[in-house]
Design a protein around this ligand. Structure first.
Ligand SMILES: [Zn+2]
Length: 83
């Protein structure tokens, strides 16, 4: 299943060379849809903070209930963007 690296502090906000986490591409996309890079840098620079975000918490909950293999069939998941 596609995975991509997420910079906990966006590169544009000084996170170059900083900590990264490996996420499923679908989760990574959702994080960037829910939060701007400024939000990420300011308030969501840890996995715990991301998990506590209301929209992302709902999303993670939803994804966890999908059947196995669901993630690999998401369209557009191939060109994982790195940030
Ligand atoms: Zn990212």
């Amino acid at each position: 299943m596609p995975q991509s690296l997420h910079h906990l502090v966006p590169k544009l906000k000084g996170g170059k060379g900083g900590p990264v986490v490996l996420l499923h591409a679908i989760c990574h996309k959702e994080i960037h849809a829910a939060l701007s890079e400024a939000d990420l840098a300011r308030s969501y620079a840890t996995i715990e903070a991301l998990r506590a975000h209301p929209r992302l918490a709902r999303f993670i909950d939803w994804v966890a209930k999908r059947p196995p293999g669901f993630l690999s069939r998401v369209p557009g998941g191939r060109r994982a963007r790195q940030r």
